[in-house]
Design a binder for this molecule. Structure first.
Ligand code: EPZ
Length: 416
């Protein structure tokens, strides 16, 4: 099992390019199931989750082949609408094949995703929405069995904002008969990226990016070419790493457009940030000021940046309160940060972080994707060596992270 060895104490300086967004790429790959013609995706990040999804789609009959700088996925040969437990248990986002399979094939058999470290993460809203569109769904022996001769448009209001729930229902509605209205829809930029791609395939969608999305179903979708949006969470993660180490970095192939709340918090913490059309420059102060935050659905502060801000608050001046409102168990990085000397108190969904003068390197364990990122940030500022175990979590969502960090001057290497 790979580990990451970090020698702390160096400032990050220089320039790196940001990769395509994992959480846009995953639903976009599933959109290939909706058409019998090739979908060409560009700026696809090289991540383990992407490989897992491509393996799953390949098993279903989607032909995948690399093409200059991108991937061509041809759903013409789709003949096996099944997502097995073996595949789904390694990646929850596999649930995103359910809506497209039902819309294109009229049936689907998809394993219930297991829980994961950060919470139970049920998919009841996905099922409820598809049932509202006329699907007959039973859940037995750990599988979702769904059938629908043809889905019918419906008015759906999800009980809570769900990103992949909105994406699943939007893809299903694209080929349904009549109009579907999704209320309480997720407004995340990745939902908008998916909607833009579906429209380029011939779907009729309006309202993406707001909490009411209207989809008027069509008979079939065509092929298209779509370039995946930059990863706003990878961008935010590198900004936090530079902020914590007193660095000066420039991130390219990215945009500040979707990071307002994160950039505002980093400026409150004392960073000097300059945004360009497709780049962001951050110069950090000698020492950050603590910043409190509360996670919530977009456009509020993203839960996927919570762990990284806990790490920067661990060495900032002052006390910060972090409130996690999306997932019920997303503070597991706290105990690992405490092993490095952080002063954190967990009280329900609140974490009180008192900045300390310095952290000390130690051996720690990654528990989930963004927790891994927070441990890297802490290791970069800790005195001495930090060894991070179970970094397979990291490889799911960050492309060549040790290469990018080394390019910025970090002393980091992967060890077996
Ligand atoms: C997406 O997960 C992201 N993953 C997550 O990123 C992200 O943290 C999350 O949205 C919130 O922004 C992808 O896009 C692939 P939700 P998703 O459905 O869609 C509850 C990362 O690190 N809920 O918006 O699974 C759920 O338990 C990952 O890249 C139900 O109860 O999250 C949670 O408490 C982690 N029933 C809340 O809603 C449902 O049917 C929001 O979940 C669906 C969700």
């Amino acid at each position: 099992m790979d580990k990451l060895l970090i020698e702390g104490g160096c400032r990050l300086n220089g320039e790196v390019a940001i990769s395509g967004a994992k959480n846009a790429a995953l639903p976009l790959l599933c959109a290939s199931l909706l058409s019998a013609e090739p979908l060409c995706l560009e700026n696809v990040p090289q991540l383990n989750d992407i490989s897992t999804m491509l393996h799953l789609l390949g098993d279903m009959g989607v032909a995948v082949k690399p093409e200059a700088g991108g991937l061509v996925l041809d759903g013409g040969g789709l003949d096996n609408p099944v997502a097995s437990y073996e595949m789904v248990k390694t990646m929850r986002a596999s649930i995103l094949v359910l809506g497209p399979l039902l819309a294109r094939c009229g049936e689907a058999k998809v394993s219930l995703p297991g829980g994961c470290a950060i919470g139970a993460r049920p998919v009841d809203q996905h099922i409820k929405g598809l049932q509202a569109m006329g699907a007959e769904i039973t859940v037995e022996h750990g599988y979702i069995h769904a059938k629908a001769s043809r889905l019918k448009g419906a008015r759906i209001c999800t009980d809570m904002v769900t990103v992949t729930g909105t994406e699943n229902l939007m893809m299903a509605a694209a080929l349904a008969e009549g109009e579907t209205v999704i209320e309480n829809a997720a407004r995340e930029p990745e939902v908008v990226d998916l909607a833009n791609c579906l429209v380029s395939m011939g779907a009729r969608i309006s309202g993406a990016g707001t909490d009411v999305i209207r989809i008027r179903g069509v008979e079939r979708l065509n092929g298209a070419t779509h370039s995946i949006m930059p990863d706003r969470i990878e961008t935010g993660t590198f900004l936090c790493a530079a902020a914590a180490t007193g660095g000066d970095i420039r991130l390219t192939k990215t945009s500040s457009a979707y990071l307002d709340t994160v950039i505002d918090k980093l400026m409150d913490a004392g960073c000097d940030i300059v945004t360009e059309r497709d780049a962001i420059r951050l110069k950090a102060p000698e020492r950050l000021k603590a910043v409190s935050l509360r996670t919530a659905p977009y456009p509020a502060f993203p839960t996927d940046m919570q762990a990284q801000f806990m790490a920067i608050n661990a060495v900032a001046e002052g006390v910060a309160t972090i409130r996690e409102t999306i997932f019920e168990n997303r503070f597991m990085h706290a105990v690992e940060l405490m092993r490095l000397g952080a002063d954190i108190q967990i009280e329900g969904s609140n974490a009180i972080v008192r900045g300390v003068d310095h952290l000390e390197g130690a051996t720690v364990m990654a528990t989930d994707l963004r927790a891994s990122a927070s441990l890297i940030i802490a290791g970069l500022v800790a005195q001495g060596e930090t060894l991070i175990d179970r970094i397979y979590h990291l490889d799911r969502g960050y492309e060549r992270i040790e290469y990018k960090l080394s390019k910025l001057g970090a002393r980091v290497k992967r060890v077996k």
